[in-house]
Write a protein that binds this ligand. Structure first.
Ligand code: PLP
Length: 421
């Protein structure tokens, strides 16, 4: 078989983060000069950058309250605590998610009950409906890699079974289902401002809610030292008076520098989303031309943010996928794969979380993850890069085509192992 000409080396670092706007850099420097990096002051301050960021973030989402903390994982932990989850409680969670999410459940002492995912990378509604009958009161729905499930179906199931919905929107800021933003369906929505998400402050998280008591609890738990009066986004005083003595301080605050670099990013979000979606479309169009690639269908109701692209290689074995991705890596293209035996590159999966116990059997999720690949889309990417990515992947898949053809040609129908070139 004729092998295609070797492609050029791919020289873009797909992990390139989005830079901080100059206004954020200036404000951060100003704060550092003053030394006032802690969010609270003791002399009747107005709360400064973090309080302003919270107010702006709540307004952006159209929710009453936002509480900024030091990570999305921390905001999920606080959401669970604020929803009254006690040690030993079952909490439902879709099995395709990132390690900090089961980590937050474990941190809150909850018992994760994993729900299968579909090949559309979203929670399996039927499996959720089944597992919701076993006593869990809370569902943590992780919009992993920005894939949004049928939110009307989810909301109906939550109502039917009396489930409190907590949305993990770490990777879905700006995404919508039938026009409604993720993070506004649930009792609580949790967001990340870690460098690889849609806003970048290195580390950071935000919890949003419309519920007075939940907001008061989250503010107290996050570590407000009874200075909650400095929050511009906060429920009435009575809620704090009722709760303040009973709630421990978990010290999960956001620093003023993080808020300072985040605030000027908020107005840029629509433009960033447009940029990601254009790049996503470009890359998807190119990958669609590769016969082995199965793209993930995106339902019309889902307005997603294309900051990463997932696809699967359903006709390849695990060993073949490993070889193909190895070849891509040799040409400088690092594609992530959820089928790896060991957790790597933000692609961990349920069997990597041994602390959950081995009794959660998820055959459908295992089958999906075994073939699922993942490419991050940095905003510095160009059309030229999309062409290069598709070219390298197509080239790397060449040897597997040889094998498939040989399988078809072999009189016995058996694979011919060495038939790779
Ligand atoms: C990044 C991410 C998290 C964790 O966010 P941190 O801010 O790093 O704690 C949780 N869930 C998903 C889907 C993520 O992508």
């Amino acid at each position: 078989m004729q092998r295609a000409a070797a492609p050029q080396r791919f020289d873009l670092d797909l992990t390139t983060p989005t830079p901080i706007p100059e206004a954020g850099i200036d404000r951060a420097v100003e704060l550092m000069r003053s030394g006032r990096l802690f969010r609270y002051g003791e002399t009747g301050d107005d709360g400064g950058e973090v309080a302003l960021f919270e107010r702006e973030f709540a307004d952006l989402l159209g929710r009453r309250y936002a509480i900024a903390v030091n990570s999305c994982g921390a905001s999920l932990f606080l959401a669970l605590r604020s929803a009254g989850v006690a040690p030993g409680d079952d909490v439902l969670l879709n099995a395709l998610t990132l390690a900090p999410v089961p980590g937050a459940l474990e941190h809150a002492g909850a018992q994760p009950v994993l729900v299968e995912v579909t090949d559309g990378c979203t929670i399996d509604i039927d499996d959720l409906d089944r597992k919701a009958r076993n006593g869990a009161r809370v569902l943590v729905l992780s919009h992993m890699r920005g894939h949004v499930a049928d939110m009307e179906a989810i909301t109906a199931i939550c109502e039917r079974h009396g489930l409190t919905l907590i949305e993990d929107c770490a990777h879905s800021l700006g995404a919508r289902w039938n026009g409604r933003a993720t993070g506004t369906f649930g009792h609580v929505g949790c967001f990340s401002t870690q460098s690889f998400k849609h806003l970048n402050s290195g580390e950071g998280g935000v919890l949003v809610t419309d519920d007075d008591e939940t907001a008061a609890r989250a503010i107290l738990y996050s570590g407000s030292y009874m200075l909650y009066g400095q929050h511009l986004s906060r429920p009435p005083e009575v809620f704090f008076e009722k709760l303040r003595a009973a709630i421990p301080n978990y010290s999960m605050r956001m620093t003023a520098v993080a808020a300072a670099v985040l605030r000027p990013q908020l107005p840029l979000l629509p433009e960033r989303i447009k940029g990601w979606n254009n790049l996503y479309q470009e890359l998807e169009d190119r990958l669609a031309g590769i016969p082995e690639v199965r793209l993930i269908a995106r339902p019309p109701a889902e307005a997603f943010v294309g900051s990463s692209l997932q696809f699967s290689l359903p006709t390849l074995t695990g060993a073949e996928i490993q070889d193909v991705l190895q070849t891509c890596a040799e040409y400088g293209l690092h594609i992530k794969w959820f089928g790896r035996q060991e957790a790597s590159g933000f692609t961990s999966r349920p069997d990597h979380w041994a602390y959950l116990g081995a009794d959660q059997v998820l055959p459908q999720t295992q089958a999906v993850l075994a073939k699922l690949c993942d490419i991050r889309i940095p905003l510095v990417m160009t059309v030229h890069d999309s062409v290069a990515i598709a070219g390298i992947l197509d080239f790397a898949l060449g040897p597997t085509r040889g094998r498939i053809r040989q399988v078809a040609d072999s009189p016995s129908g058996m694979p011919v192992d060495q038939a790779v070139d």
